[in-house]
Design a protein around this ligand. Structure first.
Ligand code: G3P
Length: 478
């Protein structure tokens, strides 16, 4: 069927035997946009077998050649940036400017991964036996890094291309093969990226891409005995995957409720700029978005005034027009966001802007005087709505941050660096930014969540290290 995007196995775009498809809706128009293959469990088996066979050969390809392939992929992706970005605009309603940034950033990430991989993977260890009590110097240990095997990569809708390559790049440079399961919204952009892999001339089967319904192939794939590692970014599904997964390394990034702490001595102009950028860019649909502001009561009015002035300047509309605020990913998501706002309003919060929604397009809202009994104080809206909690002490803000199950990032605004570092230590989240909004990048920095925000640490360096195992050879001298 020419209308349905095929899945990719063994170097070939292949139609599914199910005869079924999954529809992708354009979040901006709510109209049907593309159809992707609803693959079967047999097709998952086919992909895994193909990955397994390709990996055995890839592991023997010299490191410099693996790196060369990745550099070629990066160049092709940058070349194809308009096509890929155009898909992101239509499929996930990301504005054109940000969509282009996502593709270029992905190319840079792949280049950096190739370079970093050369350094990390060329280093092994040589140990002698005699430091350990009771031993002579008669054993030499040579330890080096070997690949895990088949890595299952599952990126989310908000950065389908970037969070696919942040898993694929490290996996490949380390000698693994990859089974990619793109998110439904964003699948076509991701499949275009897979076609770049195809054009870069990687061996057939090294990267296979399966699409379909979670209910049919989700559990089957994540619990497949042929999978040796799962790297997942997304929501609660990650908790379910972790509970069912076998004895394999997991890398999980599962969202956040990043707290922004604003102290009395903060540069309020700077804080407001970062809060608006951090809270509302891509309509708040980033795991690292500012998701709750805890501000000291004495400076709250001034901060709120500055934030409101900046919100007024945000453009609201369609992604093709490069608006700041674009439609959220789905009707379900828009309804959920609306529910959180209504709950806060009913319980006495103050909305600084009038609630306005057309389809999936939600106008930005700042929700002031939020109290702990309101859902929005704790839940992640993934939309352009930001709660403000007025606090009487810094401890109150730290407590709010630490009481949440999510613990991805957080930030603190103050001019007192000693205080900032002490607060960073006290905030129990994966990363704390001092005087800037949370962010994952630069992409070689470690990126991790505590508690329900994830397992393991990402970032280029950590991902490469996570996707290999240590193998030792011990030389026993007579
Ligand atoms: O939401 C996914 C997370 O990786 C965000 O990345 O670059 O927007 O901080 P970034």
């Amino acid at each position: 069927d020419g209308d349905v995007f095929k899945y990719y196995v063994d170097g070939a775009w292949t139609p599914t035997t199910s005869g079924k498809s999954v529809g992708i809706i354009n979040p901006s128009t709510l109209k049907s946009l593309f159809k992707i293959s609803a693959c079967t469990q047999d097709e998952v088996n086919k992909c895994v077998d193909s990955c397994k066979a390709a990996q055995k050969l890839w592991a023997k390809v010299p490191l410099w050649k693996r790196a060369e392939h990745l550099h070629k992929l990066a160049a092709i992706m940058k070349d194809q940036k308009i096509t890929i970005a155009d898909c992101l605009v239509k499929e996930v309603a990301k504005c054109m400017k940000d969509a282009m940034v996502e593709v270029v950033r992905s190319g840079d990430l792949i280049d950096y991964t190739a370079e970093e991989g050369i350094r990390i993977l060329s280093e092994g260890k040589f140990l002698t036996s005699d430091p350990f009590p009771g031993n002579e110097r008669n054993k030499y240990c040579l330890a080096s890094k070997i690949p895990l095997g088949v890595v299952l990569a599952i990126p989310p809708f908000n950065y389908p291309v970037n969070l696919a390559v942040s898993k694929i790049g490290p996996a490949l440079i380390a000698g693994n093969s990859v089974l990619l399961k793109p998110p439904t919204q964003g699948a076509v952009a991701t499949l275009h990226m897979v076609h770049c892999i195809h054009m870069a001339g990687f061996p057939n089967g090294l990267v296979n891409a399966i699409t379909g319904k979670g209910s049919e192939i989700g559990d089957y794939t994540t619990t497949h005995p042929g999978i040796n590692c799962i790297s997942f970014t997304g929501g609660d599904t990650g908790i379910a995957i972790s509970k069912k997964a076998g004895m394999i390394p997991l890398q999980m990034e599962l969202g956040g409720k990043d707290t922004c702490l604003v102290l009395e001595d903060a540069d309020l102009e700077l804080a407001a700029t970062h809060i608006v950028k951090g809270g509302y860019s891509y309509s708040g649909q980033r795991c690292t978005a500012v998701k709750v502001v805890c501000v000291m009561e004495s400076v709250a009015d001034e901060l709120v005034k500055k934030i409101n002035e900046k919100i007024k300047k945000l453009t609201v509309g369609m992604p093709e027009k490069d608006c700041d605020i674009t439609p959220v990913i789905s009707e379900t998501s828009a309804n959920f966001i609306q529910g959180l706002v209504e709950d806060a309003k009913e319980k006495g919060a103050k909305l600084h802007q009038e609630w306005k929604r057309e389809g999936n397009l939600i106008w930005p809202v700042l929700i002031d005087k939020v109290l702990p009994d309101m859902r929005i104080a704790w839940e992640e809206p993934f939309g352009p709505v930001l709660p403000i909690i007025r606090i009487k002490s810094v401890e109150e803000g730290i407590h709010h941050c630490n009481a949440n199950n999510f613990a991805l990032q957080g930030c603190v605004f103050t001019k007192n660096i000693d205080k900032a570092i002490m607060i960073s230590d006290a905030m129990e989240s994966g990363t704390i930014q001092i005087n800037a909004a949370p962010a994952r990048g630069p992409d070689h920095f470690p990126f991790q969540g505590l508690r329900d925000s994830g397992i393991g640490s990402q970032g280029i360096i950590n991902s490469i290290n996570m996707m290999c195992k240590t193998k030792s050879t011990v030389i026993n001298l007579p």
